[in-house]
Design a protein around this ligand. Structure first.
Ligand code: GDP
Length: 318
């Protein structure tokens, strides 16, 4: 165990960097490769690198990710990049003889109107949410790839489905980010500029489940060490808030005293996506960071980044 070498694919993204921090903190050897060296969409590059470096395990945190606007606007990029990255890494891992892999998916794999809270067996039981179906289809393919290589070759490849995430190294670009980092930035900039209001997209009524990425990292490493099932497994906070409540939480953390305005010309996306994570909880993982505290910490991280912007962080989404 002490000698295990784990390749974190996507180590500069929010998820990959959190898992890297956790594993390195435990004294484990983390392998990293920059996108300037290996473009994960390039099959030959991935296959050659994996054969030469042959990690003991792979944590698959690389993906093209984005919020509702980016998903809706760049469907080809979201489906192509993610399918390419997945087929390249999972197939090449098998070819290189890597027997252990944890694939990271998303709660958007589930049907738009899945019964709530969403259990793992809701997969492929109904139509997807149209704003991010391209990304969702690619992530479903990732789960199926893991299952196929397990079924045909006995590979110990597993899949973990996180809910909406936030934390250090998030993407704060307003066009491509998810809601939580977008709101941190919007409230911060409105406060700085003394503006009277902040615009929140949609009606404010959709419900979302937010998990701090450090809690997810512990869940992923827990699964790496303890879970070896054919089925994907949910990893969520277990509680949900409306987008309005989230906006009010961010508003308090930032200390903005103006008002909220809802832009209903922007899409709401799926009305609700609360996952049932009881399988993982029964195995022994539980989240530890309450939303109010997590958001306050995320704002502090944003403030430090404002002072010393790190381009590599901004570019390394996923
Ligand atoms: P989703 O969970 O896949 O829908 O992704 P997002 O995190 O991008 O959006 C979640 C919800 O927050 C949607 O209902 C958005 O319309 C809403 N939202 C409100 N304001 C914003 C914003 O400034 N940016 C984003 N990305 N979403 C926002």
């Amino acid at each position: 165990m002490a000698a295990r070498r784990v390749w974190i694919a996507g180590h500069k993204g929010m998820v990959g960097s959190a898992i890297t921090r956790l594993l390195e903190g435990r004294g484990e050897t983390v392998m990293k490769v920059d996108r300037s060296v290996v473009d994960l969409r390039n099959q030959i590059a991935v296959e050659v690198w994996l054969k030469q470096n042959r990690p003991d395990a792979i944590v698959f945190a690389a993906a093209k990710v984005g919020g509702i606007y980016a998903n809706d606007t760049y469907p080809a990029d979201f489906i192509y990049d993610n399918l390419a990255i997945e087929t390249n890494i999972i197939h090449s891992a098998h070819v290189a003889g890597v027997d252990r892999l944890v694939f990271l998916g998303s709660s958007c794999i589930y049907p738009k109107f899945a019964p709530q809270p969403i259990t793992e067996d809701a997969l492929l039981t109904g139509p997807l949410e149209p704003t991010n179906e391209w990304y969702a289809v690619a992530k479903i393919a990732g789960i199926k790839l893991c299952q196929a290589y397990r079924k045909q070759y006995g590979r110990r490849y597993i899949s973990v489905m996180p809910c909406n995430l936030y934390g250090p190294n998030d993407n704060f670009d307003l066009q491509t980010s998810h809601v939580l980092p977008a709101l941190i930035r919007k409230f911060h900039e409105a406060k700085q500029a003394g503006k009277p209001e902040v615009v929140v997209w949609g009606t404010g009524t959709p419900l979302r489940e937010f998990l701090h990425v450090d809690d997810l990292a512990r869940g992923v490493v827990f699964c790496l060490d303890n879970y070896d099932g054919y089925e994907h497994i949910n990893c969520g906070a277990g509680s949900e808030v409306t987008i309005r409540e989230l906006a009010e939480t961010v508003q308090r953390a930032v200390g903005f005293s103006g008002r909220l305005v809802f832009d209903t010309t922007k899409p709401d996306g799926t009305p609700r996506k609360l996952m049932d994570s009881s399988r993982l909880r029964e195995l022994g993982w539980a989240p530890t960071i309450p939303l109010e505290k997590g958001v306050a910490d995320a704002y502090q991280w944003f403030l430090k980044r404002e002072k010393a912007p790190d381009r590599s962080v901004v570019e390394a989404v996923g």
